[in-house]
Design a binder for this molecule. Sequence first.
Ligand code: F7E
Length: 218
Amino acid sequence: MESATKAGPMRVLVTGGSGLVGKAIEHVVEQEGGKLEGEEWFFLSSKEADLVAYFQQYGHCYTAVIPTNVVGPHDNFSMENGHVLSALINKTYQAKKEGTPLSVCGSGAPRRQFIYSLDLGRLIIWVLREYKEIEPIILSVGEEDEVSIKEAVELIATALDYKGEIHYDTSQSDGQMKKTASNAKLRRYRPDIVFTPLTEAVKMTCDWFESNYDIARK
Ligand SMILES: C[C@H]1O[C@H](OP(=O)(O)OP(=O)(O)OC[C@H]2O[C@@H](n3cnc4c(=O)[nH]c(N)nc43)[C@H](O)[C@@H]2O)[C@@H](O)[C@@H](O)C1=O
């Protein structure tokens, strides 16, 4: 850590700990233009955020991003502890294969905003290069793009061509009904941004899961 801080100018960014965000950044850097010369990036998971003080001490520029729920390839698709859409993609895939009903936790009524991981990766790279504030920035689709879990389940069923029964298990927790986040600050900086529509994001993630079933985390 100490030698890293002494290596020269760098940007430090605190993100959530999710593996798919790292993969998305890797992909964006490889496919859409590598690191510029002289750029040093350092990512901290939110669990390591206390290290921020360490970087401040050495005068390095840091900031934090706050993404909302994420969907995309390379996530953990575990039915027990995956993020909601990834867990549901795997559950739907298995239900189709086994001819069993799809079981969704809770009523399906809670609402969430989902950002496609590659959109998030692009935004994180923009933050590293251009965003100079220390105050965190929410990286999210708009409030108008919030969907219910039930609507998201229907997108997955269509993408995977699942025509079986969908059971909403209300003995399981709904969690928070809403966590609506405003992307007004992001919009002020980046009025040009066009987010991948959720239908496409879900379809691309389902296609990736089906094609990479053997290697997917699950
Ligand atoms: C990024 C994000 O990652 C994590 O969140 P998450 O698990 O992806 O999603 P959540 O907690 O925002 O919502 C899940 C909603 O969806 C329903 N639901 C239905 N069926 C399944 C299911 O099969 N798995 C899961 N996980 N949820 C299900 C479940 O009842 C609830 O209403 C958190 O660390 C959160 O703090 C955070 O920021």
